[in-house]
Design a protein. Structure first.
Length: 103
């Protein structure tokens, strides 16, 4: 068992890189493990040459920020998606990073 943040397949992806919001007066996310995970989506791109990925949304300072997780290992990515969906929604990113995983 390893903390999600320390998993070798998430190196360079944790803490996540945030995108959005896009409004003129919106504040950029400060980075790190700030905010709460509010939703997670498994995305199958329309173009077959593009692999699936996880699109997650983090709420911080009353704004939503998008996070993307990718991996060449689709089995790992699917298990990460299930873990985030079943155990991460409603938790802070610090708590999500602390989740113990064994895959």
């Amino acid at each position: 068992m390893v903390a999600l943040r320390d998993h070798e397949k998430l190196k360079g992806q944790w803490p996540p890189t945030y995108a959005g919001p896009q409004g003129l007066w919106d504040v950029s996310h400060p980075g790190g493990e700030w905010g709460e995970l509010v939703r997670v989506k498994w995305v199958e791109p329309d173009r077959k040459e593009n692999p699936p990925y996880i699109s997650a949304f983090v709420q911080w300072n009353d704004l939503d920020y998008r996070v993307v997780f990718t991996s060449d290992d689709q089995v790992f990515l699917k298990r990460l998606y299930e873990t985030l969906r079943n155990q991460g929604i409603g938790k802070t990113l610090e708590d999500v990073g602390n989740l113990k995983i064994d895959f």
